[in-house]
Design a protein around this ligand. Structure first.
Ligand code: GLN
Length: 280
């Protein structure tokens, strides 16, 4: 077979399986198998693929047709211009979460101490450290398997001059010290909504990274209350939120004594980030 035939076959197979963005995923998987890029693929559509490449492509397309996320097949996801390793133990970094990183960056100064609560793949913390100087980062997560992914990402993406540690911790249980910045993208999906999520998320991403309790707000309440003990005076708490949660999370921060609370919208105009300051 040649590139073009493979691509057409893959796209049709994924379309039949109801995969969203079938065309894109068929192309990305072909690029992955043939270790090539979009331009070569399109400009040299008549190039032969080897029998081995073809059989690997067919098996990847079959797995994607079973709605296994693309990133679990390729093992990577781009985030903030960096390539993060991912697997079934971590939430795949979402583009929406880049807004959270960008908002923190606006307030981040060299040398600050950062705590990333529910760090998962480490994408938030590692991006912040990668794009700053002399900051000290701690990533906390309840999942040992997630922390292994985060540690590997930190090793690959951070230089030896950047200081980062990961802690297995049920929220703040194993955390000590004070931080100028606490940032979190906690699980925030309402429990009742989980069965209706797309199969890629519902069946293959860790439910512990999604389930925010009955109203989705369990982790916000807990983190807001406890973070006060770990924030330096004038320190800031940043959250990613679901688009309907802005007012509730902001109100909870106010009730717990945070000031200058702000809701930030994403590029689709949906509430995406809430942050505030702790004066101590
Ligand atoms: N944004 C994610 C989703 O829609 C959820 C992330 C989270 O719960 N922190 O699947």
């Amino acid at each position: 077979m040649i590139y073009r035939e493979c691509y057409d076959w893959g796209r049709a197979a994924l379309e039949t399986a109801g995969v969203p963005e079938a065309e894109l995923d068929a192309r990305l998987l072909l690029e992955y198998v043939c270790e090539t890029n979009r331009n070569t693929l399109l400009a040299h559509g008549d190039r032969e693929v080897t029998a081995e490449e073809q059989s690997r492509y067919e098996s990847l397309i079959a797995r994607r047709a079973d709605r296994i996320p693309l990133q679990h097949l390729t093992g990577v996801q781009e985030f903030m211009g960096l390539t993060f390793r991912v697997n079934e133990h971590v939430l795949i970094p979402r583009q929406d979460t880049e807004i959270l990183v960008e908002e923190v960056m606006r307030k981040l100064h060299d040398g600050m101490r950062i705590l990333d609560m529910c760090t998962g793949s480490g994408c938030i913390l590692i991006s912040l450290l990668h794009y700053s100087n002399g900051c000290d980062g701690v990533g906390a997560d309840i999942s040992r398997e997630a922390l292994e992914v985060a540690e590997e990402n930190a090793k690959r993406l951070l230089g030896s001059e950047q200081s980062v540690r990961f802690r297995q911790s049920n929220l703040f249980e194993a955390i000590s010290g004070k931080y100028e910045i606490i940032v979190s993208n906690p699980p925030y999906i309402e429990r009742g909504e989980i069965p209706g999520l797309m199969p890629e998320v519902r069946d293959y991403e860790p439910v512990t990274a999604l389930d925010g309790g009955e109203d989705g707000l369990d982790f916000y309440r807990e983190i807001i209350r406890e973070s006060r003990e770990y924030l330096a005076g004038g320190g800031m708490l940043f959250f990613e939120i679901g688009s309907s949660q802005g007012a509730d999370v902001q109100e909870c921060m106010r009730q717990n004594g945070f000031v200058e609370t702000v809701i930030v919208k994403d590029y689709s105009g949906l509430d995406r980030v809430v942050y505030g300051t702790w004066l101590a």
